[in-house]
Design a protein around this ligand. Structure first.
Ligand code: 26V
Length: 774
């Protein structure tokens, strides 16, 4: 049966109405159910295959899947047929844009996990995901008087038709004083062409018993619901990073909850197949996505001991069963748990960790190496990255420069001990979502030129380069971008109420709000440009819309201050009739995966301006490159590899490099720069001279003081905004001067044509080869 028929049957079976009369939600449910029905056979066959073959498991606290309906239709090749069917009934497939994103992640790390799943399924590799089915994903963002407001994200408001609850495979997770059930919800991951369907298994926390009847009988109604509440809170919310401090205990519970259930699940399946557990690592390898799932290490040992192994045997298995990816060099993000907390919540896990630590001490002694910065239990804390580096068979960074930094600095004690464990696996993105789905116009253009092999082999894009010298081709390419910009402008007009059009340069910075990513530097440059337009020192400025998209962790006051500052700039600048034919600023609200899809297709300039040495990789940079934006960026993260692929002449690189910062950092005096550079001073002073209002909160003054004075926990201007300001502004003005010519669009074209390396297909192949051995 074709998909059209299946949908009609689904409508008839469940809704007793004609397709034309369905609500959008009903239509969505019918289409999703029909699609799910289509993949059953392949899905079962793939589950069976994984019982026979070695499988890699991606353990991650975050999976930022976005919307499934369109990507599944694309990967199944059913997009056109379904659109056609809906049309026949007077409906538009675009109506599914009302469907909520599954935003079970904060940013790059979670989206990377989702891209990897798409790539592995497309490549036919055995990779399944394990995570948490949060009741509420990343908060919804709105602005009130320019301040960020957060609201709960009820992502299953329209149900969750892409998941199946598998009651019979629930696990029990035991904490010191109580236990909960982990109930799996399985989401099929459909590879492009639908030859492989892998599985993302997300655990939901539920009480051991549904309802405490004894208590209810005794008229203790509140008590009767208590167990339910206690259990459900474990998977209730995704932690926005930076705010874990408040609910640290709950966060630790989440981490143990999903890793324990996942390890238990993998072991159960092996026992079912009668695999001897000492052969565990021949059948399974677990990739630890940052330190969040590292409790899986002591948990595996604990469970293997429960099944009769002694510690040494279990430890030997664990050493072959794990690999660890580091995603950040920010010290605050390397997790440490207080011994007291771990002991009180997970005494058995703590006991296993002590034995691992003893093993480590013995080994260090034998090699005559220092315990310094190596002990897992150290100073009353359990160091999760150290535990990961000690036990994992492989440790990797996510871009060349980042791997270099973790070897030389962040994890240098481990590199010294085990150089053979260290790998680089430069991140990637799936072109199925970020080009084929997000940018149908550019996709069609490319396919008309070089065929559609790029969809599964992105290096094919190289073939576009033979068209780069043709003016006509460059003009066609430019016209695709113009249409995409028109579409985004319309969307922004409707949703944000800001008037821009395709004649503007679309200069975008889309990523989580963080000091190191330096949205504030971008804001400063806009203030400088505004001043220059007002006083006439900047002439011939081509109209530019500076577009921001970002969420700030709710407890991260400075990040929220930066949002307010940019919104204040937007308010002033957009209303100024002297300049608003050339300068617009818009901070889009509730930036998420679906919003990103629209923005990447329409961007001219990709802002990647982190302080050198701080951004592990970045992946937004790759999405924007693929869409034909030029990078305005520092030599940091994957920007370096982007410039290497596209040619530095096709990007706009500025600012201090890691070596420069190394050289100056001990004698850096931002105050001197501030006092000696008039423009810089005037710009920074807008934080407290009354130009903009922070609503009396004092956050702007605090931002200024962080730059000039520092704080108890950091030096002044620890991300070198003032240092890079001048070269950034100059480079930005150069971008403006270059924009719009044939030469400009040729640069854009070269970016798209050179993006082949940044497919997550290449990354996943790297992990399979170097680390997973599958
Ligand atoms: C960051 C921070 C910053 C300091 C405060 C506490 C804290 C907690 C968590 C995080 C997020 C760290 C993990 C992360 O999302 N890393 C991102 O991973 C992407 C995929 O590898 C990579 O492209 C980004 O550069 C990296 O920031």
């Amino acid at each position: 049966m074709g998909i059209k028929k299946a949908i009609l049957k689904e409508v008839e079976r469940s809704l007793c109405k004609g397709l034309e009369a369905l609500s959008t939600k009903e239509l969505y449910t019918a289409v999703s159910n029909a699609v799910m029905g289509k993949i059953n056979d392949v899905y079962s066959a793939c589950l069976k295959k994984k019982e026979e073959e070695k499988t890699a498991y991606y353990l991650s606290a975050e999976f930022l899947m976005g919307r499934s309906v369109y990507s599944n239709l694309v990967n199944l090749g059913m997009e056109e047929e379904v659109a056609e069917l809906l049309n026949e009934y007077g409906r538009d497939i675009k109506c599914f844009e009302e469907v909520e994103d599954a935003a079970l992640g904060n940013g790059g790390l979670g989206r990377l996990a989702a891209c990897f799943l798409d790539s592995a399924a497309t490549l036919g590799k055995n990779l399944d995901g394990y995570g948490i089915r949060y009741r509420y994903g990343l908060f919804k963002q709105s602005f009130s008087d320019g301040f960020q407001k957060e609201e709960a994200d009820d992502w299953t408001r329209w149900g969750d038709p892409w998941s199946r609850r598998v009651e019979s495979e629930a696990q029990v997770v035991v904490f010191k004083t109580f236990a909960v059930r982990a109930v799996p919800y399985d989401m099929p991951i459909i590879g492009y062409g639908a030859k492989t369907v892998n599985r993302l298994r997300l655990w939901q926390a539920e009480p051991m018993e549904n309802f405490d009847f004894a208590r209810f009988d005794a008229c203790d109604y509140r008590g009767a619901y208590k167990a339910r509440e206690e259990a459900e809170k474990i998977s209730a919310v995704l932690y926005p990073n930076d705010s874990a401090d408040k609910g640290r205990r709950l966060r630790l519970m989440q981490e143990y909850f999903f890793t324990s259930a996942s390890v238990g699940d993998i072991i159960d399946r092996m026992l079912e197949k009668e695999v001897p557990l000492d052969e565990f690592a021949d059948h399974a390898v677990m990739q630890l996505n940052d330190t969040h799932p590292v409790l899986a290490v002591p948990e595996l040992i604990r469970r293997l001991e429960e099944h009769g192994m002694d510690f040494d045997e279990a430890f030997a298995v664990a050493k072959k069963a794990f690999a660890y990816t580091n995603h950040t060099v920010m010290g605050e993000a390397l997790e440490k748990w207080s011994v007291k907390l771990v002991k009180s919540l997970l005494p058995e896990i703590y006991a296993v960790t002590v034995r691992i630590n003893d093993e480590l001490k013995r080994e260090l002694k034998a090699c005559g190496l220092s315990e310094e910065r190596r002990l897992i239990i150290d100073g009353g804390l359990v160091h999760m990255a150290r535990l990961a580096c000690y036990v994992a068979g492989a440790v990797n960074g996510v871009a060349e420069i980042h791997t270099g930094i973790i070897k030389a600095d962040t994890l240098k004690e481990w590199y010294e001990l085990y150089p053979e464990k260290f790998f680089n696996e430069t991140n990637g993105i799936t072109q199925r979502r970020w080009l084929r789905l997000a940018n149908p116009r550019l996709s069609d253009y490319i396919t008309r030129r070089i065929g559609d092999k790029w969809i599964t082999e992105l290096s094919e894009l190289e073939k576009l380069k033979s068209f780069a010298e043709s003016r006509q081709e460059i003009e066609k390419f430019a016209s695709v971008k113009r249409k995409n910009k028109r579409e985004l402008a319309r969307f922004i007009r409707e949703r944000e109420g800001v008037e821009i059009d395709e004649s503007y340069i679309f200069d975008v910075q889309i990523k989580r709000l963080h000091e190191y990513k330096r949205q504030l530097l971008n804001a400063f440059s806009i203030v400088a440009i505004y001043k220059g337009l007002k006083d006439g020192s900047i002439k011939d400025f081509k109209p530019t819309a500076f577009i921001f998209g970002a969420k700030a962790a709710p407890a991260y006051t400075r990040a929220k201050g930066i949002i307010k500052y940019i919104n204040e700039i937007a308010k002033k600048v957009n209303a100024d009739e002297e300049t608003n034919d050339r300068l617009k600023v818009v901070f889009v609200s509730d930036y998420n995966v679906s919003y990103a899809e629209k923005i990447v297709a329409a961007a001219d300039v990709s802002e990647q301006i982190s302080a050198a040495g701080t951004e592990a990789s970045g992946t937004g940079n790759m999405k924007l490159m693929l869409g034909g934006a030029v990078t305005l960026g520092t030599f940091d993260g994957a920007n370096i590899e982007i410039a290497e692929e596209a040619g530095e002449e096709n990007e706009y690189i500025f600012g201090a490099r890691v070596e420069d910062i190394e050289r100056i950092k001990d004698r850096y005096e931002p105050k001197k720069l501030y006092s000696s550079d008039k423009l810089l001073k005037a710009v920074v002073d807008t934080l407290d001279d009354g130009t903009f209002s922070d609503g009396g909160t004092g956050i702007f003054a605090e931002l200024k003081s962080a730059l000039l004075e520092g704080a108890s926990w950091h030096k002044a201007d620890n991300y070198y905004l003032l240092y890079d300001f001048k070269s950034y502004l100059e480079t930005k003005l150069k971008v403006n001067a270059d924009y719009g010519t044939d030469e400009w669009y040729r640069k854009c074209f070269m970016n798209t044509a050179s993006a082949g390396k940044f497919s997550s297909d290449r990354t996943v192949i790297g992990y399979c080869r170097d680390i997973w051995k599958i």
